[in-house]
Design a protein around this ligand. Structure first.
Ligand code: RB5
Length: 149
C-alpha cells in the first residue's frame, strides 16, 4: 500500500501518478488534498507520513509545488526518510543508499512523464544494505536524540 498526498499545487500531478499506480497494479491510499483550493502542505504531509511510520503503508509519495516544504514536513515524523527527487537517478540512489521510505516531488519543477519515471524507479529499486545500513541506523539514532559520536 502506497500513501500519497499533495497540496493544491500538485493535485493534477497526483491524479496522473495515481492513474499510473492503478495501471501498475499498486494499491494506494490518498490522504488529500483533493482540490486546488489553497491549503497547508504540512497537514497532508503528516497524514501520509504517519501512515508510513505506523506501517499501514509501505511507502509514501508526497507532492507540492517544489517538493521542498512537503518533504521537510514529512521528515518531522519519526521513522520517515523522505527524499526530494526531481530526477530518476536521485530516486534510485536514495532507495539504494538511504532506504528512503517516502518520495517527494515538485509539481512546479518537473513534468508528468518525468514524475512517472521517478515514481517507477523509486518503487522498483531495493535498498542495498551493507555499509548503508549502518548510516541509516545512525540517522535513526539521531532522530531518537542519541549521541552519535
Ligand atoms: C504553495 O504555494 C507552495 O508554497 C508549496 O506548494 C510548496 O512549493 C512549498 O514548499
Amino acid at each position: 500500500m502506497i500513501a500519497i498526498a499533495c497540496d493544491h499545487a500538485a493535485v493534477e500531478l497526483k491524479r496522473e501518478i495515481e492513474a499510473m499506480l492503478t495501471e501498475m497494479g499498486e494499491e494506494y491510499r490518498d490522504f488529500g488534498t483533493d482540490t486546488t483550493d489553497s491549503c497547508d502542505y504540512p497537514i497532508f504531509a503528516a497524514r501520509a507520513a504517519k501512515a508510513v511510520a505506523d506501517g499501514s503503508c509501505e511507502k509514501g509519495i508526497v507532492i507540492c509545488g517544489t517538493g521542498i516544504g512537503i518533504s521537510i514536513a514529512a521528515n518531522k515524523v519519526h521513522g520517515i526518510r523522505c527524499a526530494l527527487c526531481n530526477d530518476p537517478l536521485s530516486a534510485q540512489l536514495t532507495r539504494q543508499h538511504n532506504n528512503a521510505n517516502m518520495l517527494a516531488m515538485g509539481a512546479r519543477i518537473i513534468g508528468v512523464e518525468l514524475a512517472k519515471c521517478i515514481v517507477k524507479t523509486f518503487l522498483s529499486t531495493p535498498f542495498e544494505g551493507g555499509r548503508h545500513q549502518r548510516r541509516v541506523d545512525l540517522i535513526t539514532k539521531l532522530e531518537q536524540e542519541q549521541v552519535i559520536e
